[in-house]
Ligand binder design. Structure first.
Ligand code: AMP
Length: 396
């Protein structure tokens, strides 16, 4: 995939109506529907401010939650418009529909330096189907398309890819950063290039491991997925997470790494527990997990080995926690790896989702070069897949 895409800096925006795809999929309180974390709205501000400063009229749009093509009042973006208005310090006009009469009339009347927000795109089932008519109706309101919702670029939806068939399409500043840093790491990484993969399941990371075996110097495995690898190597794993049908794959990957001269590191020791619980006692064990116990985190020796591998790296990409970091007794492996990244001096890239949450929760967020804003999207990026929402943007 070509990562060298035109951005908002490469086109004339003065007096132009700009359709801006944002990621305003914010968490809400279940009972009150109040926004519980406005990070994604704040992250969109630099692109919006730039467009407004250039004299564009901004028609922002996003999805929120999973309304599945139906109007669900609890998933309205009206609250996002209010918060966005507070953050920008200016009025954000809210349209009660997406491509209906209200949206069209408000878009037509929108002046330079003004901003409006459309209602939840996924209230219309044609959005996720990438319906050409829906995409064209969105595009007809504007003259330029700016894509800045990295969290959905791996989906070919009307507002993420379809509209680019009808409008000149460029990236906003958030996607520009993702492409520059993650694309740079994959295309020409500063070496040694170390990839750290953790999280619950091997099956989620197979394509990532495959792709990185051709690129990385070292691949570090931790988290629940490590136990399928350990079992494949002949170790006992007690009642740790296991994907029985991935044992052959794990063996293959170890052999392939050897063949390619990639160091593949597995846990040397573990912290285990008799039950999956926050109050479970953490018991140290070696590479073998005793009967009746489950591996919950990497052990102290492993922390040392993994930290040493990160020290002196040129680039580190990290996706997936090293253990059940949500339970304090099993958070140390993840915390230690986060600390090692923070102190490495390397270009450090943290995939979205759980690893991003872990880095934030453990207080290392501002020490990383880049924390991706997309969970699924950043995984697919690391898999080397062509992302429809990136492919559709104009090449530089
Ligand atoms: P993922 O969504 O695949 O990145 O996985 C993240 C989840 O994996 C987190 O909720 C962790 O608690 C969980 N996890 C990490 N290590 C383990 C482990 N050893 N056993 C069970 N779950 C784990």
């Amino acid at each position: 995939m070509n990562y060298n895409k035109k951005t908002v800096y490469d086109i004339d925006l003065k007096g132009k109506k700009v359709l801006l795809r944002c990621d305003f999929n914010v968490p809400q309180d279940k009972a009150t529907r109040a926004i519980t974390d406005d990070k994604r709205i704040r992250a969109a501000i630099p692109t919006i401010q730039y467009l407004l400063d250039q004299g564009a009229a901004v028609i922002a749009c996003s999805h929120l939650g999973k309304p599945k093509g139906e109007v669900k009042p609890e998933l309205t973006l009206a609250g996002v418009a209010v918060r966005l208005s507070e953050l920008l310090g200016k009025e954000v006009i809210f349209a009660a529909d997406t491509i209906g009469e209200d949206a069209k009339a408000k878009a037509a009347a929108l002046g330079c330096g003004e901003i409006m927000l459309l209602e939840n795109l996924r209230f219309d089932k044609r959005e996720e189907k990438n319906d050409p008519e829906f995409a064209k109706a969105l595009a007809d309101m504007a003259e330029v398309f700016v894509s800045d919702a990295f969290g959905t670029v791996h989906r070919a939806h009307a507002s993420t890819a379809g509209v680019a068939a009808y409008l000149p399409a460029v990236s906003g500043l958030l996607i520009q950063k993702e492409l520059e840093i993650m694309g740079g790491a994959l295309a020409a990484p500063a070496r040694p290039f170390v990839a750290i993969l953790g999280g619950a399941k091997v099956s989620d990371k197979i394509a990532v491991i495959n792709n990185l075996l051709d690129k990385a110097d070292t691949i570090i495995i931790g988290g629940g997925m490590a136990y399928t690898f350990l079992k494949a190597q002949g170790h006992t794993i007690g009642k740790s997470l296991l994907e029985e049908d991935r044992l052959d794959y794990a063996r293959e990957m170890v052999a392939k790494a050897e063949e390619k001269g990639v160091k593949l590191l597995l846990p040397l020791d573990n912290l285990c527990a008799a039950e999956f619980s926050a109050s479970a006692e953490a018991v140290a064990c070696g590479q073998d997990v005793p009967d009746g116990m489950m591996g919950m985190d990497i052990g102290a020796k492993t922390v040392e080995a993994y930290s040493a591998a990160v020290k002196g790296a040129g680039t580190v990409v990290w996706n997936g926690p090293m253990g059940v970091f949500e339970f304090e007794a099993f958070a140390e492996g993840t915390r230690a790896v986060a600390r090692a990244l923070a102190e490495s001096g390397a270009i450090t890239i943290v995939g979205g989702g759980d690893s991003a949450a872990a880095v934030e929760q453990l207080g290392f967020a501002d020490k990383m070069t880049h924390i991706s804003t997309g969970g699924g999207a950043s995984l697919e990026f690391l898999e080397g897949k062509a992302l429809p929402g990136v492919v559709c943007l104009q090449d530089k």
